[in-house]
Design a protein around this ligand. Structure first.
Ligand code: FES
Ligand code: FES
Length: 208
């Protein structure tokens, strides 16, 4: 016999509700939720999506894209598997290394820890979208000039964290740069060059 919780939910119903709540960050837990489904607040109340693929639109690097994703699909998976944008790297896939850093409306986020659903209505920028008009972003230029990469696995995430820093703070000091890349791990030890490059890029940089 199924064990009931205090308010009359069976253990199975409770776990299904918890699953739906965990899948969708910022979404309502609901007694009627289907396992793996997302419940999203709307002006009229709440709507349930999934658990199967759902059509969504994402704005990435200035272009609109139509995708079909399950509510559990991460932004990193959507970018790499559906949009063929492989600049953001799946290194740890658990929020520990920063290799998957992209911008969500200008704020650096870990794409492996962000649901594609949560990127709806945001401007997503990946390292592929940082250059503008055929010109590299100043941080990219400075990384090259300062030899701020070796194997390159951390580099897209490093560049995105440093570019976001210059976007919010045009005149950072070394401490600011160290803070900005605190979540970006580099097994090759390029931190001194990354810091030097970012400080150099701050002079006369296009901050966006
Ligand atoms: S792959 Fe996202 S933080 Fe490591
Ligand atoms: S350049 Fe190799 S991990 Fe950073």
């Amino acid at each position: 016999m199924a064990a009931n919780t205090k308010d009359g939910l069976t253990r199975r119903e409770l776990l299904q509700g918890l699953s739906a709540g965990a899948v969708a960050t910022g979404l309502l837990p609901a007694r009627t939720a289907r396992a793996g489904a997302a419940i999203k607040r709307t002006g009229a109340g709440a709507e349930t999506y999934g658990p199967g693929p759902v059509a969504i639109r994402l704005r990435v690097n200035g272009a609109e894209h139509a995708l079909e994703v399950e509510p559990r699909t991460t932004l990193l998976t959507a970018l790499r598997a559906q949009l063929d944008l492989t600049g953001a790297k799946p290194v740890c896939d658990r929020g520990a290394c920063g290799a998957c850093t992209v911008h969500l409306s200008g704020t650096p986020v870990l794409a492996c820890m962000t649901l594609a659903f949560d990127a709806i209505d945001h401007e997503v920028t990946t390292v592929e979208g940082l250059a503008q008009g055929g010109e590299l972003h100043p941080v990219q230029e400075a990384f090259i000039a300062h030899d701020a990469l070796q194997c390159g696995f951390c580099t897209p995430g490093m560049v995105m964290s440093c570019a976001a820093l210059l976007g919010r703070n045009p005149h950072p000091n070394e401490h600011d740069v160290r803070n900005a890349i605190a979540g970006n791990l580099c097994r090759c030890g390029t931190y001194p060059q990354v810091i030097a490059a970012t400080l150099a890029a701050a002079g006369g940089a296009r901050h966006g």
